[in-house]
Design a binder for this molecule. Sequence first.
Ligand code: MV4
Length: 446
Amino acid sequence: MFRKILIANRGEIALRVICACRELGIPTVAVYSQADLHSLHVRFADEAVCIGPPPSSESYLNIPAVISAAEITNADAIHPGYGFLAESAYFAEVCEACGLTFIGPSPEVIQLMGNKEMARRVMQEAGLPILPGTDKVKGATPDVLQRADDIGYPLIIKASNGGGGKGMRIVNSAAELPEAIGVARNESQAAFGSSDIYLEKYLPCARHIEFQVLADMHGNIVHLGERECSIQRRYQKLIEEAPSPYVTPDLREHVGALAVKAARLVNYTNAGTLEFIFDERGNYYFMEMNTRIQVEHPVTEMIAGIDLVKQQIQIAARQRLPFRQEDIIFRGAAMECRINAECPNTYMPFPGRITAFHPPSGMGVRMDTAAYDEYMITPHYDSLIAKLISYAGNRADTIARMKRALEMTVIEGVKTTIPLHQRILSEKDFLEGRIDTRFLERYAQR
Ligand code: MV4
């Protein structure tokens, strides 16, 4: 096992990794920016190293600073959390070159899955269905316009190096396409340093369902079922749940087995997530693979009874998975509400000081957070304050539990998404599991 793990992250996920390390008896090193001196990840880690000024480009994204912190503290592994360097193939490569274990997949598979257009092709070869679409598009040439007509409208332009909804653009007609391609290429260049884009058939009313996999370094791979993530705004997830009210045991077994097969074909190791889009007719298509621990991982942990971050660490230490597929049993239902500091009307981040904070608790309630009384949410980082997770024997009880937990959450001083969650959790369609990618749009019109 590792001597010491450095956590190259901040906020709730840094604390989450510290929890797993403590339970495994592994000492931890926190890194922090000057803005995070009084953070809980600094307090709860065994050691802490300041790696730079508040902007993430100069601290949490500063590879030489992170690697130096690992070297001076004699850490032998780095957990990247999510965001920041978690999906940087280059960072994973530098870690290995410096004799540090990157707790995640290989640089090669991070690189491959990081190119969303290439990932689509590779996963199609591995037997996953994909939506009609194109390879890399260089401009609005006659052959591209012809191909777009064949795919049909609406279609969506996606950035090859984007992901998670960044750099996406919906196109409703051929007339809009040439200009949209130009704008998308420029935006992609500015945001990701590459103007590579591709086109895909757009499903306007669908479900976003993702499958969790775990793969060790000895060829053992399992899936941990799905998470339903259709409730998003500005392509940011708001509520996630497991299991999906839509997925039957047969469908879970079928798509889960496909996800495992695909993970095997790309030599995947560690924790990963395959995103699918499901249409109304029961068809499903692979969209992208995320090569990190995800924000919404707790809902899977709750129903499977498996600590995903501990598994990530054990896999990176070359241990074998301690269970087979048939040992994994899903029990009950779990839901996560992301509580962000955000303006209720514009959905824009709303930083500020939390003047009063009280997390809810009680049976079946979990709050993953790094906030406390007088905690400052700075504009430098993500506006996530807390993830509120509820768990019970069935979906209705889980929702009732979430409602009471939201009512018993105190966060004063900043506007949050709590009122939005309360309204969604009272909607008939939501209660009956009728959720799709248009849910919030429909709801906002009333
Ligand atoms: C799509 C899609 C429909 N058709 N792609 C959003 C996040 C990113 N990982 C992929 N996303 C989507 N890609 C095609 N071809 C629908 C989504 C999507 C979505 C779109 C609009 C509003 C809410 C959404 C929630 C989840 C997924």
